[in-house]
Design a protein around this ligand. Structure first.
Ligand code: ZN
Length: 67
């Protein structure tokens, strides 16, 4: 499943236990060991790209020196 954090960024979470800690090397959940499905990863990639595009759009409308 995919959560959206308070900053609006997508976060991948375990389908089984809902935790967000993954062993990125093995592609499994730290809590329960469930493997992240290819669909979940693809969905997450899509969500990340959409978020990055949104961020880029937003930053384009804000003066660069406003940090
Ligand atoms: Zn889990």
């Amino acid at each position: 499943m995919i959560f959206t954090n308070p900053a609006g960024a997508p976060e991948l979470a375990c389908d089984e236990c809902g935790c967000r800690w993954f062993d990125r090397m093995a592609g499994t959940c730290y809590e329960c060991g469930t493997a992240v499905s290819a669909e979940a990863r693809a969905e997450f990639e899509t969500a990340l790209e959409a978020f990055a595009a949104l961020r880029a759009h937003e930053q384009g409308s804000v003066p660069a020196n406003r940090a």
